[in-house]
Design a protein. Structure first.
Length: 403
């Protein structure tokens, strides 16, 4: 087994395209799909237990001759027969096991769906984090370019005595600090891109496309009702039903079992060689086996109680998580609007300071400070912008939806 990377003709992806490709590539998702197939085969095995078994057997016995052994002491005995065996009753266990195994298929399918939704949530987080870092690199590079220009201007002005050498040093210090910060963000971006490629099993993702604006992200009124019908909640509900059947199977061990065996002899030796067939009806009632059956019944009851507690906890957790995420989304929407306005004002302030500097009303250090404020505000806006987008997709995932 080895990792196969998907190499599409185009390396540009929207979130939807990336998700669709990832579903095909992800080994973890393929494992979940195999779990479904295993559950189906397990159901087939359980079903086979209530059907009769048919077998062909043949034995040949050679023994030392003995005059006192009678008909059973023949030197050679050959027996060949077709054997049919049917369990008629096992306390009802065979009938309760069948719906339990059928429901196990549904649990596997729901677990697969839940994993695909969680995969979508994780992918959305990685997708928008990478976009955020790429945009942040663009912003900080603009800041570096502006600082380089400012340093050059200050050096020229310092030569003719219009600025102090300390002004040049202050600008160079800010430039060096910004370049170092840029290197740090580039490293974060490299790690984020590698993580995204590994998660999607792709060789290259050159461009990530997201044309949706924050204003276009609307909350579906049905999402809050859907969270209590998410696949992982449904899987626990079905698991409780399975526990009821498993508890019935455990109780069936206290009842007797009945089995029918039939043989048709193709060849037979000894005094019964003229008898072509026989039928045996066997009944067995296990009266005591050291308390194993009682312990098994209690264990299945406790397992059911565990699933009920997990279901209660998951419902509460999903409700709280949805409400918390919804509140964050609504607050972030307002913050993005406010920061967007702040970016516009900061840009105007920076442009006005450049005009005032040319007229001698402010100095270069004032312009540098305003530039720093402007680009820092833009970076903060960028962070909230992509965080808000991811939060919306998380709400969608909590409601059990994907793209």
């Amino acid at each position: 087994s080895f990792l196969v990377f998907y190499s599409p003709a185009s390396f540009s992806f929207t979130l939807k395209e990336l998700y669709e490709v990832s579903l095909q590539n992800s080994e973890a998702i393929r494992v979940k799909k195999l779990d479904v197939e295993i559950a189906r085969k397990t159901h087939s095995q359980v079903f086979s237990a209530i059907l009769p078994t048919l077998s062909l057997s043949s034995t040949k016995t050679i023994r030392e001759a003995s005059s006192s052994a009678g008909a059973f002491g023949e030197t050679e005995q050959t027996n060949s027969s077709i054997e049919l065996s049917q369990t008629l009753f096992k306390g009802g266990a065979e009938y309760f096991s069948l719906p339990a195994s059928r429901q196990s298929i549904k649990v596997s399918e729901l677990n697969l769906k839940a994993y695909e939704i969680q995969y979508y949530d994780d992918l959305s987080s990685k997708f928008f984090n990478t976009l955020k870092l790429r945009q942040e690199i663009n912003i900080i590079q603009r800041q570096i370019n502006n600082l380089l220009q400012q340093v050059t201007t200050l050096k020229n002005r310092a030569r003719i005595g219009k600025n102090r050498q300390t002004d040049v040093l202050a600008a160079q210090t800010q430039l060096a600090r910004t370049v170092a910060e840029s290197s740090q963000i580039k490293l974060q971006l490299q790690l984020a891109e590698n993580d995204l490629r590994q998660y999607c099993a792709l060789n290259n993702i050159s461009e990530l496309i997201d044309n949706n604006t924050v204003d276009s992200l609307k909350i579906n009124s049905a999402w809050e009702q859907k969270i209590l019908k998410s696949p992982n909640i449904e899987a626990l509900e079905v698991q409780i039903e399975i526990s009821d059947d498993q508890l019935a199977v455990a109780r069936s061990s206290f009842l007797p079992s009945l089995k029918l065996d039939g043989n048709y002899y193709l060849q037979r030796s000894g005094i019964l060689k003229d008898s072509d067939w026989d039928i045996t009806l066997s009944a067995e009632w296990n009266l005591f086996n050291g308390g194993y059956d009682q312990a098994e019944k209690k264990k299945k009851l406790y397992e059911k109680n565990q699933y009920e507690l997990k279901l209660s906890q998951l419902r509460r957790q999903k409700q709280i998580e949805f409400e918390s995420t919804l509140t964050n989304f609504q607050q972030n929407i307002e913050i993005v609007k406010q920061l967007d306005h702040a970016v516009q004002l900061s840009k105007k302030n920076y442009e006005q300071h450049k005009k005032d500097m040319n007229q001698g009303l402010v100095n270069q250090l004032d312009v540098l400070r305003v530039l720093q404020d402007y680009l820092q505000t833009e970076r903060t806006y960028n962070q909230y912008y992509f965080t808000t987008k991811y939060t919306w997709h998380k709400l969608k995932a909590l409601a059990g939806e994907t793209l």
